[in-house]
Structure formats: C-alpha cells, structure tokens
Design a protein around this ligand. Structure first.
Ligand code: SF4
Length: 374
C-alpha cells in the first residue's frame, strides 16, 4: 500500500442543510482512499476526484487535528458553527481503516470534539472503533456519541467477496453487542444492498434479524448506485467472476444514469421488501428522535422529522408534501419558534403540517411521526 501524507486546508465539511439520514451538520474525511476495498464503493468514482488506486493509495491528512482546532475555535469564526452532530466517517474513506492504527487521527479528532462538547455520529465498517471506547464514553456522558456500522448483508461468505478488507459482518455484530452493553445508541446502515445478491428477501431477513438480535436501535436502508467508469469497472470484475449469471439483470437495471442510479421500479421493489421485513422485526427505519432531539437546534429538528415523515409515507406508497415543507424550513434564516403564528406562509406548510410543527416545537416530537416509525 502506498501512503501519501498531505496538509489539508480544511477538515469540516458543512452540509447545506442538516442531513436527516445521519442527523449531522458537518462531516469530515481524515483519509482519502480506503483499504477496506469494498468492491461496490462509490468513493472510487471519478466524481470525487480521488486517486486512481483508491484501495491501495491512501492519502492521510496529517495536520487534521490542528486544522480542526482552528475550525472549532469560536473566536476565529465570523459565523459560529451550527450546533449538532459531527459525522466522523463515511464519504471517501473509512476513519477506522487499518492505517488509523498508525496515525491515530480519528482518535485525536474524537478527543478534540470531546473537549469541545460536540456530539458525534460515527459510521464505520471496522471493529477498531472499540479502541476508542474511553473517549466515546466521555462524549456520551457530556453529549451523545452514536455509533453506526454499514453492512451490505450479515452474510460472512458474501461479505468476503465484496468487502475483502473489512472485519466480517459477524465480527461487526459482536462489536455492536459490546457497544450496546456500554450504553451507546447504535445504528445499521444497510447500504448498499447488492442487487440480486444481498437484496433477496431471505438474505435481508437474516440481516435484519441479526441486527435486531445484536440490539441495533435503527436501520437505514438504501440500494446500490453504480457510476460509469472506475466504480462500475471495478465492481463488474468481481461480478463477472462470481455471479456472471446476473450480468443481464445488471444491464437491465443500470442504464448509464449520470448518478449511477438503477431504474426506479427496482429501488421501489427492494424498499418494499425491506419495509415488510423491518416491520416484522419492529425495527425503526430511521434514527428515532429521542436519540438526537436534545442535541440539534429546533429548526433542524423540525426539518429532520418532516423529512422522516416524508420518507415513511413514501415507503408506504403514499404521496407526501412534507419534504417540501422541510426544504422551506431548512432555508429559514431565523429561529422557527419566532414565526409560530405565520407558519402557513411557508411553502409546503398547510394546516396539518403546521400542527405537526407546533407539536415538535413544544414536545420535541410528533405523535403522527412516532406512529409511522413504529
Ligand atoms: S469502508 Fe466505506 S469508504 Fe471504505 S471501501 Fe468500504 S464503502 Fe468505501
């Protein structure tokens, strides 16, 4: 493996609006490239301007701690950072990939976030996160540390083919059990499921049952994208070798969409399958609000819950305009609590949405939302 050390200009990546899947305001990539080498990883797509050899050439932002220290310093900011969760992981490299054992960047970043009282959400595929339990516990006593793991299934044999550099799903589940025993909220990001391989009802059932048994608090689900170029070429090499019988089906669902999306009927069908199984095991399909509501600002709380309602209704095949309302609120330049009497002037907000927003502002949640999430 080739390691390239660089000095980064910035570390925190601010989202335009709160990300309601991860409930985060900011993200960061401490490494670029990922030795975990998931065959489907879209981080290697040209769009992200990463190096060609994504899995074998890892870029390390060696000055990450110093840069973040400045970024967190309120005296240096004209616009203060938004309160809310900082996402550590995901993007174009797992923060707990093997090289982290040498550089300890994630550990040092967590120490800094802990000193500055920021809540964090970690997303990883590695069991190395256990190493940092001491700091994560500190964060969890002051604010909140949510620890999530991504999976494409809980099948160890399939994982060996598509996630060759990652601890097996069984090991990840063991880590989740330990973290649950330590009092952490843990999520499963079941993304992506691999078409015709891990999206089958029996495989998904096994995955969700094992997640439930391990104690995960929620599962967020998504299908796979396959962008033309590096990502698709890399994936196809493995598909041709182990599952050549599915090449025709892949050509049918991936038709060169610029985002790498599959055709809509395919996504609809796997979401339906997922929804039925998640209901069977009574597992929330979005992060429940009690996990995060005390650590984000009110505008963001309303946005996240309305977007969750929108998702949950669409999952049931229903129409929804809650996403529009969420978007309008995400653009507000003032606290929503200050315009309680004129909410209906916002685009997408009718009398029912208004009632839900007022309930969220008063109680931190909404009965309608809670019922949908059950
Ligand atoms: S762990 Fe994440 S970033 Fe790393 S290769 Fe796998 S999917 Fe990509």
């Amino acid at each position: 493996m080739e390691i390239k050390e660089i000095n980064a200009k910035t570390i925190l990546r601010k989202h335009n609006k709160i990300d309601s899947w991860f409930v985060s305001r900011y993200g960061m990539n401490l490494y670029r490239g990922c030795a975990h080498d998931c065959i489907y990883c879209d981080g290697r797509a040209e769009k992200y301007q990463v190096q060609d050899n994504f899995e074998a050439e890892i870029v390390v932002k060696t000055n990450a701690v110093e840069v973040l220290k400045k970024e967190l310093n309120p005296t240096k900011k004209r616009i203060p950072l938004k309160p809310g969760f900082i996402m550590v992981g995901g993007g174009v490299g797992d923060s707990y990939q093997p090289i982290e054992e040498k550089y300890l960047l994630t550990r040092k970043i967590l120490e800094l976030l802990s000193e500055n009282n920021y809540p964090v959400h970690i997303l990883t595929k590695s069991t190395l996160v256990e190493r940092d339990l001491d700091i994560l516990k500190k964060i969890n006593t002051k604010t909140r540390a949510i620890i999530s793991f991504s999976f494409s299934s809980c099948n160890d044999e399939i994982s060996k083919l598509f996630e060759p550099g990652v601890p097996s799903p069984s090991k990840r589940l063991e880590t989740i059990k330990k973290l649950k025993d330590e009092g952490f909220y843990c999520g499963m990001f079941l993304m992506p499921v691999i078409p015709f391989i891990t999206d089958k009802p029996d495989i998904m059932d096994e995955t969700i049952k094992k997640a439930k048994d391990a104690g995960v608090d929620f599962i967020v689900f998504s299908g796979m994208t396959l962008k033309e170029g590096r990502q698709k070429d890399y994936f196809y090499k493995v598909l041709k070798k182990y599952y050549p019988e599915f090449l025709v089906e892949y050509a049918h669902i991936y038709r060169g969409d610029k985002w790498g999306s599959a055709i809509e009927p395919y996504y609809e069908s796997i979401h339906k399958t997922f929804s039925v199984i998640a209901k069977k095991y009574k597992i929330p399909v979005r992060m429940p609000s009690f996990i995060f509501k005390d650590y984000i600002d009110k505008n963001d709380l309303v946005v996240v819950l309305l977007e969750q309602i929108d998702y949950l209704l669409k999952l049931e095949g229903k129409q929804s305009s809650y996403g529009f309302a969420a978007y309008s609120i995400s653009k507000l330049g003032q606290p929503i609590a200050g315009i309680k009497n004129s909410l209906k002037q916002l685009k997408g907000v009718g009398p029912i949405t208004e009632k839900i927003i007022l309930e969220i502002l008063e109680t931190g949640t909404s009965k309608y939302y809670e019922n949908l999430l059950k």
